[in-house]
Ligand binder design. Structure first.
Ligand SMILES: Cc1cc2nc3c(=O)[nH]c(=O)nc-3n(C[C@H](O)[C@H](O)[C@H](O)COP(=O)(O)OP(=O)(O)OC[C@H]3O[C@@H](n4cnc5c(N)ncnc54)[C@H](O)[C@@H]3O)c2cc1C
Length: 426
């Protein structure tokens, strides 16, 4: 018997035993209590799921636990760093969720009990659910680079969680001298938003070209290749010749150590004195999921590819960056899509009905300058127990595309962003 069914029976028994049943109108007496869904994390995965569930079931009890009162999106935050628009343009409140009777609690979820499906909040309150969903994103592995720490990040920002770090990196870029060196350290895979560091380099180059044309960007990469590499390199040659240098892992690109007080960045063979150092360390699923053992020591959480239910604990689901989602990249688009697949699975479980796994989609836009973007469209399906790329749904902006095509891609990226943030936050 599921916890939900058991709870319904217990509640019915309690009412009958006290004689309260006779006092209730018949519909209320026999109506089952609404299932309780608890969601930890109100970002791309969590906010999308909460709104999806509410759209499909007006009675469901939905609780969203999110530490921040304002969510700042990482998508489009590279434009803030390049000075294209202010942080407020990528910041969203939870008013529409409150209005939709989603119980939005702004508190730190300190720990969870995946067996009881309960969450204990900072302050000690424990909430219990019938379905528990984790969409807490990633945490940074400070220890992956010697000398890097939350304190060092005040000199050498990662800006890989949007907000204060985004603004800090922006301020440093504005303050650096013309001719200064900006270093970007790219972590090993898997990390959130694989094209993000290269888009960041491109948009900062756009700012440099107009304001600090003698400045240079060095990308120190842990890997030997990157997504959309040819498209990025084509754009760099076309728009910023000689300004961006990319050093792959096998040519001593991997950053091993930093010294925040001297602004030095060390690889195996070389060291660089940076005017600004954007150090992005390795990542894993956020602490709340790791502490509960949902990652089983691997750093990310294994899930059923159709429902996103944890492989480790029934009735607990993991979405977005924290999950191992087969060939899907860690992106906001993916997290939003996964939320809907997971939402369908939860609604089917509540109704005790089977469900057909959804097809999943990710469209990944990158900007090289404000009116020059390109994209990859990828469809995914559940196959052989995992999420696999379905090549028939694959499209990439071609090399040699003209200015008009890149301008249309940029327009399309803006419209994607407006739509997805409206889907999440109203
Ligand atoms: C520079 C950059 C650019 C990007 N650009 C794009 C893009 O163009 N397109 C795209 O699709 N993706 C992009 N991404 C990736 C995208 O931001 C992530 O993949 C996406 O945010 C993942 O969603 P999520 O719900 O898993 O995690 P998040 O969106 O990070 O949400 C997790 C939430 O959980 C909360 N939380 C965590 N732990 C707790 C706790 N214990 N208690 C309470 N709350 C908690 C956090 O505060 C956070 O709000 C970009 C990322 C970066 C860094």
């Amino acid at each position: 018997m599921s916890g939900l069914t058991r709870r319904r029976l217990l509640l019915g028994g309690g009412l009958a035993a006290t004689g309260a049943l006779a006092l209730l109108p018949w519909r209320a007496a026999f109506a089952a209590p609404a299932a309780r869904v608890g969601i930890v994390g109100g970002g791309f995965g969590g906010a999308s799921l909460a709104r999806y569930l509410r759209r499909h079931d007006p009675k469901l009890s939905i609780t969203l636990i999110e530490r921040e009162a304002t969510y700042v999106t990482c998508p489009f935050s590279n434009g803030v760093i390049a000075g294209l628009y202010p942080l407020k343009d990528v910041s969203f409140g939870y008013g529409a969720l409150h209005a939709a009777t989603i119980d939005t609690i702004h508190a730190e979820a300190l720990r969870l009990d995946p067996v009881r499906k309960s969450v204990t909040l900072a302050g000690g309150k424990t909430l219990q659910f019938d379905f528990l969903v984790l969409a807490p994103g990633i945490d940074l592995m400070w220890e992956s680079i010697e000398g890097y720490s939350p304190k060092a990040a005040e000199q050498m920002p990662h800006a890989w969680k949007a907000g204060a770090q985004t603004q800090l990196l922006r301020r440093q870029i504005e303050a650096m001298p013309n001719g200064g060196l900006l270093v970007i350290a790219v972590p090993p895979m898997p990390y959130r938003c694989p094209p993000g560091p290269y888009e960041r380099a491109s948009l900062i180059a756009h700012y440099f070209k107009q304001n600090k044309p003698e400045s240079k960007i060095i990308i120190l990469d842990s890997s030997d290749a990157f997504i959309k590499q040819e498209l990025f390199m084509e754009a760099w040659n076309r728009l910023y010749p000689g300004m961006i240098e990319w050093i792959p892992g096998s040519k001593s690109g991997k950053v091993l150590r930093v010294e925040a007080n001297t602004m030095k960045v060390f690889t195996g063979f070389d060291d660089y004195k940076a005017a600004v150092a954007n150090i992005i360390p390795a990542q894993r699923a956020a602490k709340i999921a790791v502490d509960a053992g949902l990652d089983e020591g691997t750093g990310y959480c294994a899930i059923d590819p159709a429902s996103f239910e944890s492989r480790r604990h029934r009735g607990v689901y993991v979405l977005g960056d924290a999950a191992i989602a087969g060939e899907m990249p860690k992106s906001g688009f993916s997290a939003n899509n996964q939320a809907k697949a997971c939402g369908r699975a939860i609604l089917a479980a509540i109704a005790a009905k089977p469900f057909v796994p959804a097809k999943l989609l990710n469209i990944c836009y990158s900007f090289a300058k404000p009116d020059y973007a390109f994209s990859i469209v990828d469809g995914f399906e559940v196959k052989n127990g995992t999420i696999q790329l379905s090549f028939s749904d694959h499209r990439t902006t071609p090399l040699d595309a003209g200015d008009e095509e890149h301008r249309l891609e940029a327009e399309s990226a803006h419209s994607w962003y407006a739509n997805i943030t409206a889907d999440m936050f109203g």
